[in-house]
Ligand binder design. Structure first.
Ligand SMILES: *[C@@H]1O[C@H](CO)[C@@H](O)[C@H](O)[C@H]1NC(C)=O
Ligand SMILES: *[C@@H]1O[C@H](CO)[C@@H](O)[C@H](O)[C@H]1NC(C)=O
Ligand SMILES: *[C@@H]1O[C@H](CO)[C@@H](O)[C@H](O)[C@H]1NC(C)=O
Ligand SMILES: *[C@@H]1O[C@H](CO)[C@@H](O)[C@H](O)[C@H]1NC(C)=O
Ligand SMILES: *[C@@H]1O[C@H](CO)[C@@H](O)[C@H](O)[C@H]1NC(C)=O
Ligand SMILES: *[C@@H]1O[C@H](CO)[C@@H](O)[C@H](O)[C@H]1NC(C)=O
Ligand SMILES: *[C@@H]1O[C@H](CO)[C@@H](O)[C@H](O)[C@H]1NC(C)=O
Ligand SMILES: *[C@@H]1O[C@H](CO)[C@@H](O)[C@H](O)[C@H]1NC(C)=O
Ligand SMILES: *[C@@H]1O[C@H](CO)[C@@H](O)[C@H](O)[C@H]1NC(C)=O
Length: 600
């Protein structure tokens, strides 16, 4: 109460200069407008509405800000797309009963755009929730317009993000163009009803990120450790028109949480830290590339702990191996062996369930767009299997949701290291059996590897001879050859100490082989300076296709270099052979004396 009184006193002093009529300090009426730099403040002083500028810009905006914290934090902007160029701005209720921001020339830059039948009785009140409500006293409490229903980039407590299934009307967040430009950016965030509601971020109207369906408690496509941050969140349907809305409300008032869709499309949850006097990030929707919708393409699995992060589901191969080996995964994967049900169908027998089975994948983010199903646990598998003509290719079960079934392409599948859902993928039994035999192959390979290492030197040269023989095969198999054949012939070359880098990693380290990173040009190709994720500096020699250095010469250099681990020479860290790329990775020597060696 004391706070309210002192606020009021302070505000009264400021307001006196401008206001002729005494009205509530949290309200705008037809006879009480505000002019830059006036503000109105909500009853308990939590929020203020008024004019502000953003860093490095003289533009003026009308908006709602937290009033009691020292860091300027804007939760709503009116004229984000049409800033005021000077301090002549006015916010008033116009003759037609709309809330209007206008400049010194009486041009309207923003309006609430409602049809108001009683303009004279209209008021706009700023509530302690941060909601600005325009109403005309007709029909009791019904409001004409609310800032909560016309949001900017911020999602604050008790706001509702919703989609009206009948009219299609959405209350969604819109990103700003940049941190100091609140005009419309490329991203929006909404709650999509689908079959189970889920939060979707779109980039230029294309799906960009999804949280996975809501199961009554959390979004199942988020890792558990993050769903804990979303405590206080709820997705509810209390209105048949609306289907669902998402909101959050903490009973603990001492905790101030503010959520923003930032200009990079990240959904960021911040908590006010009074001790530090600043916002602390608690959660961000973007942790790794796996969080970008469909990053690995159809039937791909994204696992941020693996390199490369995209891999095929079992029984699938990349559609475009050339693109795939360059780290462009968007084309996805195709099924190598048709499902039994597909074969049955082509033959017109329509017999339905054939010789297919399911592969269990633990701790997954489930694919996008599950079909609804009223069947509960235990019968999901039967239901999927019994759907005719292969219209079910995967299923999963969650206690809160029930069975989820998928048809067509499986998109946006992610492997988690904890939590997640068990996903069952339909495969022909021939593929499922392969799993067992390939394990045998792996064991055999590992055993063979150990033998090869022990017999080392002799095997090295044997390996090289074999290499010559398989050269042609290398060129055809491209990426696959990288791990199998090259790795095999390198076993003699202390494979443990000579890592195979992947192309994407080296492209990242050298800023995509940026000309500015170029150290020089040798006979065999350019050498770039790069920095690995762990900060280690490297020199990357990218053998040009025109160099004439074939795989054989390349392998020779690898062998020679890895044998010459003399302390005065440049150390070879590893190599990369993917598609047409042959790359050597050396220790970076700041001292240029070894240029001749590298480029010669
Ligand atoms: C404002 O400009 C200064 C100097 O140009 C820069 O250091 C600062 O990062 C800018 N602030 C913002 C928010 O862009
Ligand atoms: C609101 O402000 C505009 C711009 O100054 C002005 O033209 C208009 O008359 C004002 N409306 C009312 C109702 O005061
Ligand atoms: C306001 O009224 C006009 C004319 O009656 C109508 O065309 C328009 O759709 C209405 N706008 C709203 C927001 O209801
Ligand atoms: C609203 O106010 C205007 C002038 O301020 C007056 O001319 C008009 O009659 C009023 N209308 C109503 C419905 O009270
Ligand atoms: C928004 O998207 C367009 C088109 O893709 C792009 O040109 C522009 O740079 C993007 N703007 C921002 C702020 O990212
Ligand atoms: C509210 O939150 C504060 C700080 O996070 C904590 O110290 C306090 O115990 C909480 N109170 C309740 C009732 O949970
Ligand atoms: C990836 O491949 C797709 C399909 O071929 C293409 O449209 C896209 O431009 C490629 N992306 C990049 C970054 O090269
Ligand atoms: C279709 O049926 C014929 C004979 O019934 C069989 O020989 C053929 O292999 C079947 N095709 C496929 C794709 O299974
Ligand atoms: C598969 O079966 C469903 C229902 O039986 C049917 O609606 C659908 O058109 C069929 N699809 C194909 C490709 O035959």
């Amino acid at each position: 109460m004391g706070k309210t009184i002192s606020c009021s006193v302070l505000l009264a002093l400021i307001s006196c200069f401008y206001l002729l009529f005494a009205t509530a300090l949290d309200t705008i009426t037809p006879s009480k407008s505000i002019k830059d730099p006036d503000v109105i403040i909500s009853q308990n002083g939590v929020f203020r509405l008024g004019f502000f500028s953003l860093a490095n810009s003289s533009n003026r905006y009308v908006g709602i800000l937290y009033n009691q914290i020292p860091v300027q934090t804007v939760v709503w902007v009116a004229n984000g797309n049409r800033p005021l160029k000077d301090s002549s701005g006015i916010l008033n209720i116009s003759d037609d009963g709309n809330l209007v921001v206008s400049n010194g020339k009486a041009e309207a830059l923003w309006s609430s755009h409602v049809n108001n039948t009683a303009p004279n009785a209209t008021t706009a009140q700023l509530l302690d929730s941060g909601n600005l409500v325009l109403s005309n006293g007709e029909d009791g409490a019904s409001s004409l317009w609310e800032s909560f229903e016309d949001p900017s980039n911020a999602f604050i407590e008790t706001m509702k993000i919703s989609t009206d299934v009948k009219t299609g009307r959405k209350v969604e967040l819109k990103s700003w163009k940049s941190i100091d430009d609140p005009s419309d950016g490329n991203f929006s965030l909404s709650l999509e009803p689908f079959n189970s509601p889920e939060v979707i971020i779109r980039k230029n109207n294309q799906l960009y990120h999804r949280t996975g369906p809501w199961n009554g408690n959390s979004f199942i496509g988020l890792i558990d450790e993050y769903t804990a941050y979303l405590e206080g969140f709820d997705v509810v349907a209390d209105n048949p028109q609306q289907a669902y809305y998402m909101t959050y409300d903490f009973s603990n008032d001492s905790m101030l949480i503010y959520i923003e869709l930032d200009s990079q499309g990240k959904f960021i949850e911040r908590k006010w830290d009074a001790g530090k006097g600043n916002w602390i990030n608690k959660y961000s929707s973007y942790q790794t590339n796996c969080d970008v919708y469909g990053y690995c393409g159809a039937f791909g699995i994204c696992d941020s702990s693996k390199r490369p992060i995209c891999s095929c589901l079992k029984g699938f191969k990349p559609r475009n191996i050339e693109e795939w080996s360059r780290g462009n995964w968007s084309s996805g994967y195709f099924r190598t062996t048709p499902l039994q049900c597909q074969r049955d169908n082509n033959n017109g027998s329509g017999a339905g369930q054939g010789d297919d089975g399911f592969l269990e994948m633990k701790m997954m983010k489930v694919p996008a767009f599950p079909h609804p199903s009223s069947i509960s646990n235990g019968q999901c598998k039967d239901q999927c299997m019994n759907m005719k003509n292969c219209s079910c290719v995967a299923y999963a079960h969650d206690d809160g949701i029930g069975c989820m079934l998928w048809s067509g392409d499986l998109i946006d599948v992610q492997k988690f290291s904890a939590s997640g859902v068990d996903l069952y993928i339909r495969l022909p039994s021939s593929e499922l059996d392969k799993g067992k035999s390939s394990k045998v192959i792996v064991i055999t390979t590992v055993t063979a590897g150990i033998v090869a290492i022990t017999i080392s030197a002799l095997f090295l040269w044997c390996g090289m001879a074999k290499q010559r023989g398989t050269n042609k095969r290398h060129k055809q198999i491209k990426h696959k050859s990288y791990s199998e054949n090259v790795g095999e012939s390198l076993i003699g070359v202390k494979l443990q100490q000579l890592p195979l880098f992947n192309f994407e990693e080296l492209a990242t380290a050298t800023n995509n082989f940026h000309p500015k990173k170029k150290l020089g040009q040798g006979g065999f190709g350019p050498v770039y300076k790069g920095t690995l994720d762990d900060g280690k500096e490297i020199a990357v020699k990218r053998l040009s296709k025109a160099s004439g250095q074939g795989l054989e010469e390349f392998m020779n250099e690898v062998v020679v270099m890895s044998k010459l681990q003399h302390r005065n020479l440049v150390r070879l860290f590893g190599c990369c052979v993917e598609a047409e790329e042959k790359i050597l990775v050396y220790e970076f020597m700041p001292n240029k004396s070894l240029d001749a060696f590298l480029f010669g």
